[in-house]
Design a protein around this ligand. Structure first.
Ligand code: GLC
Ligand code: CA
Length: 570
């Protein structure tokens, strides 16, 4: 397998508005990030992915860009950015930018120009259509609820927005627009950034003719993802982007692609495809929902074998053929410990277990800010305390549909993106040390207990456990390049796998349950003992080698020692 720096890297995602405020306006900023670079260096991360910091009205916290060449003043200046890049590089930390290319803000000059008249030279930079029989041009539903179409009074036509109406979709059939995008990406490359995350990249191409989706109730808009996700032409566009812009610079790229399985993902990340290094897939994120889109607010119970099946499929299908991007949480998802672990009595144990999982899978691990201290979901009582546009749209729609308030709030507590967007908890002082002013969103009430300062002091903290895992990943190539093999696929509580590289073999045992569970050495494992590399509990002396008792959310990683009879063979 080809070695690449981005396969060996550990990525840390920063959601700037909630990371660290340096000037007391309650909003996280670039200087705040700079002030925490040493913290990140100590943790051991190699790459920081920074969510959008460009000029933006902030309807979707920066995922609505109005100027790709400028920094939004609340985050700082371009000088601050240059300083961040330099100071990160001085510490051998790379910077990955988040590029939103599916849409811009409705305040982007291109859109202002585009909407000004039907004959505007930029009209075709976006997707405009006439209504059909006084209705929307088609019945597609937006990810944030309602139709994807918004009527623009001035010209009487509708523009398409897969996300909010403040985020009109760019038209990737327009070469002039595409060249403007190329120019902009070259500009950032010239600055020396080290990679890009391509937001919503799966959606830049829409089905020819924008056909209606099948619709049982013809008056409603419906989920129509298949008409705007992962269509064939996306691949042509990505290859062209590589040929014209990215090739020759040793950067890392990751695309956000919902709605695909590993076979389809290989069309993006296959070694010979020259499209993207990795994609963020969503299959494990839909485990607890019936689907993506607006249906993601509904919940469904899931079992560990289902998670194993999904992850194993990705691990094995991409082995030697492509590369995985592994994550359990990000700025769009609930907190990983609340979702896959136990954020009550086993918060510390389960956060460490999930860390072990994330860092021992094949692929590049992405840690989301706060995961390293076990930050949890929050449940604000009042809708006024929520800021996320998706959450607020969902609330409004639920009200219109007369869904009981309690049910709506319960869904929000579970699934709202604001769960991940409360301020980073730095210490036990007011506002968790995030800001001297009033934070733009409320701090999670558990900050006195869950914070960086406390974690740094406690040698048994989740933070120190992450640090150790990251360091281990640097020492043992098998953790990066080893082949993944699942054991015990049907065990309802234990997730067990090996990673093998030449003669080296790791055994990872994870207890995903709150019960104590027996683990018996499977016969197919031709090793009799192992050296314990890391575990999230103190080990009990005299434990039987072949039979182990795993406590709630216990995680152990062994480096296996081959049976003596086999040693001769090698
Ligand atoms: C991606 C981003 C999300 C944003 C959306 C629209 O899913 O991660 O935060 O709202 O795209 O840009
Ligand atoms: Ca600030």
């Amino acid at each position: 397998m080809k070695k690449q720096w981005w396969k060996e890297a550990v990525v840390y995602e920063i959601y700037p508005i909630s990371f660290k405020d340096s000037n007391g306006d309650g909003i996280g900023d670039l200087r705040g990030i700079i002030s925490k670079l040493d913290y990140l260096k100590d943790l051991g991360v190699d790459v920081i992915w920074i969510c959008p910091i460009y000029q933006s009205p902030g309807q979707d916290n920066g995922y609505d860009i109005s100027d790709y060449y400028a920094i939004k003043p609340q985050f700082g200046t371009m000088e601050d950015f240059d300083k961040l890049l330099k100071q990160a590089h001085d510490r051998e930390i790379k910077i990955m930018m988040d590029l939103v290319l599916n849409h811009t803000s409705d305040e982007h000059p291109w859109f202002i120009e585009s909407r000004s008249s039907k004959t505007s030279p930029k009209r075709d930079f976006y997707i405009w259509r006439d209504g059909k029989h006084g209705l929307f041009p088609n019945n597609w539903e937006s990810y944030f609820g309602g139709s994807v179409w918004q009527l623009d009074e001035k010209t009487g036509q509708y523009y398409m927005h897969l996300y909010s109406k403040y985020q009109p979709d760019l038209n990737w059939q327009n070469d002039e627009m595409i060249h403007e995008v190329y120019k902009m990406i070259r500009w950032w490359l010239k600055k020396g950034v080290d990679g890009f995350r391509f937001d919503a990249i799966a959606h830049i191409v829409k089905a020819k003719g924008l056909p209606d989706a099948e619709n049982p109730n013809h008056l409603e808009v419906v989920q129509a993802n298949q008409f705007f996700s992962n269509l064939e032409h996306v691949h042509d566009l990505l290859r062209k982007l590589n040929e014209e812009v990215l090739m020759g610079s040793d950067i890392m790229t990751v695309g956000e692609t919902s709605g695909l399985g590993p076979e389809q993902a290989l069309e993006y990340v296959g070694n010979e495809r020259h499209e993207l290094n990795m994609v963020f897939q969503f299959e494990h994120m839909t485990l607890d929902s019936p689907s993506t889109g607006t249906a993601r607010w509904e919940t469904r119970s899931w079992t560990l074998p289902e998670l194993k099946k999904i992850m194993t499929h990705w691990q094995t299908a991409l082995h030697n053929k492509g590369w995985n991007a592994n994550y359990l949480g990000n700025h769009d998802q609930p907190r990983q410990v609340s979702r896959f672990g136990n954020d009550k009595e086993y918060r510390v144990e389960s956060a460490k277990m999930l860390a072990t999982f994330l860092l021992t899978l094949e692929g590049t691990p992405y840690i989301y800010q706060g995961e390293e201290i076990g930050m949890t979901n929050t449940s604000f009582q009042h809708i006024e305390d929520y800021k996320d546009i998706e959450t607020l749209n969902f609330y409004k729609l639920s009200q219109l549909q007369q869904v009981p308030e309690e049910k709506t709030m319960a869904a929000i507590h579970k699934k709202s993106r604001d769960n991940a967007r409360t301020p980073m908890q730095w210490d036990a002082s007011e506002n968790a040390g995030f800001s001297d002013g009033k934070p733009w969103i409320k701090v999670n009430h558990n900050y006195k207990e869950v914070n960086v300062e406390a974690a740094l002091k406690d040698p048994n903290s989740i933070y120190h456990y992450y640090r150790k895992l990251i360091a281990l990943r640097k020492q043992h190539q098998v953790m990066v390049y080893g082949e993944y093999t699942l054991l015990l696929p049907l065990d309802p509580d234990l997730y067990v796998y090996t990673r093998t590289l030449d003669k080296e073999c790791l055994l990872v045992i994870l207890n995903f349950s709150r019960d104590t569970v027996e683990f018996e050495w499977p016969d197919e494992l031709a090793y009799d003992s192992g050296e314990l590399l890391i575990a999230n509990y103190e080990q009990q002396p005299g434990e039987n080698e072949k039979k182990k008792t795993l406590r709630p959310y216990e995680a152990r990683v062994y480096k296996l020692v081959q049976q003596s009879s086999h040693t001769m063979i090698h």
